[in-house]
Design a binder for this molecule. Structure first.
Ligand SMILES: Cc1ncc(COP(=O)(O)O)c(C=O)c1O
Length: 396
């Protein structure tokens, strides 16, 4: 909320697509807990599944059949995932993927893209170094320079910089969000994901695709289904836990078997595969059939179109894919983090404050995506477009 110059809103409860704050104000929610709540708040089927699971006990530290059922559902949805390991957060899943990639390749260096977020493990809190294809610097106090130096940051959608980095280093992993949504939504330009796949193979690195946001959202099989570019390791989270803490890393069986106890690569977690999170995840995925994805695509498309119309000539760019969108305050298309940083952040902040005062809870940062859900009705969308139109009018 600091990014838009207002105080945080304390939430009392959520109902479908709406949030009610402690003062009784009601908002149409486009944050939806930053992605997990694809069916909105307190969906009855998710709550029923949770109540049934909770009545049987909340944690065992031992396997359950439901955990296997969820794993099987994931392997059906994502072609390259034959086995997976559950964790409690996307951060842990990314950390595990990196350890696995390093163990599998016997290499240390990582390639990551500017503006991508993969959770807060030390080596991923790195920012670009002094030049193209140089080792990164810590992006947070407390991150060791020596840890950040094992990461190389490359601008997104820059084939030349990617090639320069892969020519210079032997990478354990090329790590990317296939639909980056942590600098606002900035999809790959034509051919860039294919280039990632090709460069990873030529370099001998694993391609690790982080689908914590895009997974189970943009299509049944996530961004990999949408784009046709497959990963060696896939990181998942958010929707996988249906609003409770669950995440996972998955890939080919031969790679996943390197993890302990089958292999030597250590990984563990007291609450990994927690029965409540698994129950919420299973109930959430069970509701995500083809008609649901078509509906989400239609809702997003209408919202994107409506927000575009609402601007009435005000210079914005609306990026969208099914289930995600960003309104960039820019007069030119956004292709990279550098482009996103040049947006008119003050106008964006003022617009957001106007939206909030009109009952629309948009992500309070230019560098985040909106998360339309299956609970958003056409009436919610039209109310949002009306609020957005009035909010733009205040900016003139
Ligand atoms: C793409 C991506 N990867 C990883 C993470 C980290 O997940 P978590 O917050 O569950 O640790 C996030 C969180 O927003 C994310 O957006």
């Amino acid at each position: 909320m600091r990014a838009i110059g207002r105080d945080p809103i304390f939430i009392d409860r959520g109902e479908g697509a709406e949030l009610i704050d402690v003062d009784g104000n009601r908002y149409i929610d486009y944050v939806c807990s930053w992605g997990p709540l694809i069916h909105g708040h307190a969906h009855p089927q998710v709550l029923d599944a949770l109540a049934t699971a909770a009545a049987k006990g909340t944690s065992f530290g031992a396997p359950t059949a439901a955990e296997v059922e969820l794993a099987v559902e994931v392997t059906r949805r994502i072609e390259g995932v034959e086995m997976l390991r559950m964790t409690s957060s996307g951060t842990e899943a990314a950390m595990t993927a990196i350890r696995l990639a390093r163990a599998a390749t016997g290499r240390e260096m990582l390639l990551k893209f500017a503006g991508a977020y993969h959770g807060h493990a030390d080596g991923l809190l790195a920012q670009a170094g002094s030049g193209l294809a140089t080792q990164a610097l810590p992006a947070s106090p407390g991150v060791l320079a020596s840890t950040a130096a094992c990461t190389v940051i490359v601008p997104w959608n820059d084939p030349g910089a990617l090639r320069a980095a892969t020519a210079r280093y032997e990478f354990a992993a090329i790590l990317a969000e296939p639909l980056p949504a942590n600098m606002g939504l900035v999809p790959a330009q034509a051919g860039f994901l294919e280039l990632l796949r090709e460069q990873a193979d030529e370099n001998g690195a694993l391609l690790v695709l982080d689908e914590v946001i895009s997974g189970f959202r943009v299509a049944r099989g996530g961004a990999q289904e949408l784009t046709g570019v497959g990963a060696d390791l896939t990181i998942m989270g958010k929707i996988l836990g249906g609003g409770l803490p669950a995440a996972a890393v998955g890939g080919r069986a031969e790679l996943m078997r390197l993890l302990a106890p089958a292999g030597e690569v250590y990984q563990a977690g007291t609450l990994s595969g927690n029965p409540l999170a698994i129950a919420a995840g299973l109930a959430t995925l069970a509701l995500l059939d083809e008609p649901a994805y078509l509906r989400l695509a239609a809702v997003t498309e209408r919202l994107a179109e409506g927000l575009h119309e609402a601007a009435v000539g005000y210079p914005i760019q609306v990026a969208s894919v099914p289930g995600l969108l960003t309104v960039f305050f820019s007069d030119s298309p956004i292709r990279s983090f550098e482009d996103a940083r040049k947006c008119d952040l003050q106008a964006h902040a003022a617009w957001c404050r106007e939206l909030y005062s009109r009952g629309v809870y948009a992500p309070p940062s230019q560098f985040e995506a909106w998360f339309p859900s299956l609970a958003h009705t056409p009436e919610h969308i039209e109310r949002t477009v009306a609020a957005a139109t009035a909010a733009f009018a205040e900016l003139e």
